[in-house]
Structures are given as C-alpha cells and as structure tokens.
Design a protein around this ligand. Structure first.
Ligand code: T5A
Length: 213
C-alpha cells in the first residue's frame, strides 16, 4: 500500500499555521482524500496532558529547559506511534500543526541548546515519520504578535508560557526556521505569511497538488 503524505506546518507565533492546516484538511477532504489533522504538543491523551504542563505551568513549578526538551519529545513520540505512523501506513495523509522542527528551533535556536543534539533527540522521537513537506509560514515577530494579541482580546484569553518569552527569543526562533529551511530545501516550502490568508492558502494548495500528483 502507498504510504500517506505527511505534511507539517511550522513557523513563529501568529503565522497562521492552524488556519492554513485546517483549510488544507477541508480541501483535501473535498477532493476525496482520506486525511487526519493533529497538533503538537498534544494529539493523544498523554500528549494533551503534557501540553497542559508545558503551556500553562500546570505543575506549579518552573520547568527547566532540559525538561522542556524531553516533554516536547515525549509528546511527539507518543503521537507518532499512536496516530501519525499508523495513519501513514494505512495510506492516510496526515497534516500536523507543528512537529519536530519546532523543538530544533524553539529549544535549539531559542533556548540555546546544540542544534544537532535537538535533531538527534527528534530522530528518536519520530522514527520513520519524516515529513514529506513542511510549510514554513514566515512572519515578522511584531506582526505575528499583533495577530495573537487581537485574537486574545476577542476570545478573552492570555499568552501562554512560551508566548510570554522576550521578543529576542522569538526573533531567534524566526531566524532558526529560516536556517532550517536553507538546510533542508527539498522538504521546506517557505511562504510569506504576512500576505492575506487566501493567498497563503492558494500557495499551499499549489504545492500539495504537485506532491499528490
Ligand atoms: N513549542 C512547540 C516548542 O517550544 N517546542 C516544540 O517542540 C513544540 C511542538 C505551541 C507552543 O509550543 C512551542 C511553540 C508554541 O509557542 P500553540 O498554542 O500550539 O503553542 O500555538 P502555536 O502553534 O504557536 O499557534 P498559534 O495559534 O499561536 O498561531 P498560528 O497557528 O500560527 O496562527 P492561527 O492560525 O491560530 O492564527 C492566529 C490569528 O491570526 C489570524 C487568525 O485568524 C487568528 O486570529 N490570521 C491571520 N490574520 C491576517 N492574515 C493572515 N494571513 C492570517 N493568518 C491567520
């Protein structure tokens, strides 16, 4: 059986990953494809519990940067084995909102851990589940946060633990993603996420159609 296509969305805060991932899912279903949406951290019972610890300081104590690396990796390892790899093996396409590159970038470039070490930890967590395409929704840090803050105002929500990091941290994240896209140009598709959502959706679909063909 032909393996499903594995598509990930990555990028700094407020690039529109969730918006675009959900639009892509809707279009794939409309075109008759079998596809699932999942997200990181989370996507399994274990992963959603880990997400709660990571996003909302649920344990009530500071999370050490090393612990953070392994919690993201643990959530991912569970998601791959429970959801992603079985779906791909059955020929189902998978769209994942953030994946291993988020650890390389946020914990590597952002927190300052060795990049190749992050890639090694990811390798153990993901096994054979290497994305076929990764859309990097690149956006200026200020614009991304304008969007996040507008949404928070609308929904009466607050910034999570990582969103509260300093602007310099988020700038390192943006830079890190661009570096990774240069390192793996055959997998990464970098899109200008400051465009209107429909233009980004059209660019995503154009690329996905080529991979499906
Ligand atoms: N993290 C995650 C790590 O540090 N290491 C890891 O290994 C992993 C997996 C996850 C956090 O964890 C960190 C990274 C993150 O800080 P999350 O809650 O899952 O956090 O949030 P994010 O993945 O960052 O997603 P966000 O919801 O914050 O942003 P998105 O998904 O990029 O944006 P989206 O689609 O929700 O849109 C945000 C707002 O902008 C509008 C939308 O309508 C929405 O209101 N919007 C646009 N507006 C104008 N033009 C466009 N093109 C727009 N696109 C969307």
């Amino acid at each position: 059986m032909k393996r499903g296509i594995f598509i990930t969305f990555e990028g700094p805060e407020g690039g529109g990953k969730t918006t675009q991932a959900k639009r892509l899912i809707a279009r794939l279903i409309e075109e008759g494809h079998e596809v699932i949406y999942t997200r990181e951290p989370g996507g399994t019972k274990t992963g959603e519990l880990i997400r709660d610890i990571l996003q909302h300081d649920r344990a009530g104590e500071p999370i050490h940067p090393e612990t953070e690396v392994f919690l993201f990796a643990a959530s991912r390892s569970q998601l791959v084995r429970e959801v992603i790899q079985p779906a791909l093996d059955k020929g189902v396409h998978v769209v994942c909102d953030r994946f291993a590159d988020s650890t390389t970038v946020y914990q590597g470039y952002g927190r300052g851990f060795d990049i190749d070490r992050m890639i090694d930890i990811n390798a153990m967590a993901i096994g054979k589940a290497i994305p076929d395409i990764t859309f990097l929704l690149d956006v200026d840090v200020d614009l991304g946060f304008e969007r996040i803050h507008a949404r928070q105002k609308e929904l009466f929500t607050e910034s999570d633990r990582i969103e509260r990091e300093a602007k310099a941290f988020h700038q390192k994240v943006r830079y890190g993603y661009l570096e990774l896209a240069g390192r793996w140009p055959e997998r990464f598709v970098t899109l200008d996420a400051s465009q209107d959502p429909d233009s980004v959706t059209a660019a995503v679909w154009e690329r996905v159609v080529r991979v499906l063909a």
